[in-house]
Structures are given as C-alpha cells and as structure tokens.
Design a protein around this ligand. Structure first.
Ligand SMILES: Nc1ncnc2c1ncn2[C@@H]1O[C@H](COP(=O)(O)OP(=O)(O)OP(=O)(O)O)[C@@H](O)[C@H]1O
Length: 252
C-alpha cells in the first residue's frame, strides 16, 4: 500500500529546475525525514506532492480529489501564524473539519481525536488559553496538534520543530516516530540532522531539487553525502542509546 507515490515530479522556476524528476513511494509505518540545505527544494517538494503547486510528473495525492486528500494527509505548512484570538482547543478542533458533514457539530469521535492530540502534544495546561497569546514555540505545538487531530494516515509537516526548545523538539519527533510505529506515516522536513538520524526510519536527501539519497539514516548520512550536499564534516556513531550525529566543521 502506498500513501504517496511521486513519479518524475519536476518544477521549473525562472528557468531553473527547483524540483528535478523526483520519484519515490512512501508506505505505512514510515517516519521519513526530508533533509537538504536551504533552497534545496524541500518545501517545493511537499507543496507539489500535495497539489498546492502545479508540477510536471505525477503525485498520487495531487491527483486525488480535495476531500479524499484531506482525509488521507494532514498538512502543516512552515508559516506558524495563528490569526484568530480563539482558544487552543478551538484551533485544534479545526483539524476535524474534513471529517464533519457540512454544518454539523463535533461528535464523540471528533472530541476523542481532539483530546488525544492535546494529550500527545502536552497541551493540556494550555487548552483554554487564547492561541494568539502563546509563544511562537507553543503556537507551533498547537498547529502540530491540529494536524494530529485530523487523524489521517499520513502527516506532512514542513519544519515543524524549528524554533522549539530541545525537550519539545525531541518530544515532537518521538510523537512522529510513535505514529510510524502505529502504522501511520510522516514526511517531515528538518534541518537538525541529529534528530533526523535518531527518530526517522528513512531519510530523503535533496540537493538542487534532486533526490541524492533515499534510505535508512546510516546509509544516507555518510561522510561523503554530508560533505558533498551540506558542505560539512560530521561525527556519527551508533551508540547503545541510538545514533549520534553531530555536524562538525565547514568544508572549504
Ligand atoms: N515563487 C518562487 N519564485 C522563484 N523561485 C522560487 C519561488 N519559490 C521558491 N523558489 C526557489 O526554489 C528553490 C527551492 O525553494 P524551497 O523553499 O523549496 O527550498 P527549501 O529546501 O524548503 O529551503 P529552506 O530550507 O530554506 O526552507 C529556492 O532556490 C527558491 O529560491
């Protein structure tokens, strides 16, 4: 079974290939980290996969109708602004909209999904706060919870842990890993290669719009790939407590 199949996904902007024939399949139970330097095309890849940007080639999600897509994939974009001064719970409840027949109120299973998302993101103490008055990192956790409340088999999140404190970053990546262990899948872009190595089951490494490597973290984060794509040296060790990856020096 595939949650996302891309074949030859390509996009040209201002005469430059910002996505270059990306082909891949994501199945259930995968926590897939999308890594690559600034401008590599991570956001473009996610948006084109969702059908939010027109692209050449094919994406199974972009090709499905909007209602089916919203029940398959939850999307957490990079922009974090919560615009409305409503409660945290109300923002998270918006994740249930794709499940509600037009004009109906929240039902028991909607309430259960909202409660589970609040619990998972550790937001119980903030539940009744006004969302716009939370810190940036707290708002980010609320938006992740909104995506979780959508209760889809697939979650696509663009740099969801940027700007979170270490505990929230680790806890959020652990939530994604847990979702994968439960048989759902996550596609998450991130710049923290150490967290990518520790929590993802698979990494996609992008450079200049092209997929350079696709596989388990240890096979993707090789010294050669890291040097060539990110221009840094790195320390990598498999420890009893899991992999430890630390970028070290810029290669000149
Ligand atoms: N509207 C646009 N017009 C022209 N070029 C664009 C446009 N949007 C994105 N690009 C270019 O496409 C390339 C890929 O951008 P994208 O945002 O997908 O990269 P990214 O890997 O997500 O980067 P970051 O890590 O900085 O978020 C960049 O070179 C960017 O300048």
């Amino acid at each position: 079974m595939s949650l996302l199949t891309l074949s030859g996904l390509s996009l040209t902007r201002r005469g430059r290939r910002v996505l270059d024939a990306v082909s891949l399949t994501i199945g259930p139970g995968e926590c897939v980290g999308l890594i690559g330097p600034n401008g590599a095309g991570k956001t473009t890849l996610m948006r084109a996969a969702l059908g939010l940007l027109a692209a050449e080639g094919a994406s199974s999600l972009a090709d499905s109708d909007a209602a089916a897509r919203a029940r398959t994939a939850a999307w957490m974009p990079q922009s974090r602004e919560i615009a409305w001064p409503v409660s945290v719970e109300t923002v998270i409840a918006l994740g249930r909209l794709p499940h509600l027949p037009r004009g109906t109120r929240l039902r028991g299973d909607d309430r259960a999904a909202i409660d589970a998302a609040i619990d998972r993101m550790g937001l119980t103490p903030l539940r009744n706060r006004t969302a716009t008055r939370l810190s940036g990192g707290e708002q980010a956790r609320v938006l992740i919870a909104r995506a979780l409340a959508q209760d889809t088999p697939f979650l696509i999140a663009d740099e969801p842990i940027a700007g979170l404190d270490p505990a929230s970053q680790i806890a959020t990546m652990q939530v994604f890993a847990d979702l994968a262990a439960e048989g759902r899948s996550v596609l998450v872009s991130l710049h923290d290669l150490g967290l990518a190595a520790r929590h993802c089951t698979r990494l996609l490494m992008l450079r200049d719009g092209g997929l350079v490597a696709d596989g388990p973290p240890a096979q993707v984060l090789t010294p050669g790939n890291v040097r060539e794509v990110f221009g840094v040296t790195a320390y990598y060790e498999e420890t009893r407590d899991g992999p430890v990856f630390q970028p070290m020096e810029v290669v000149r």
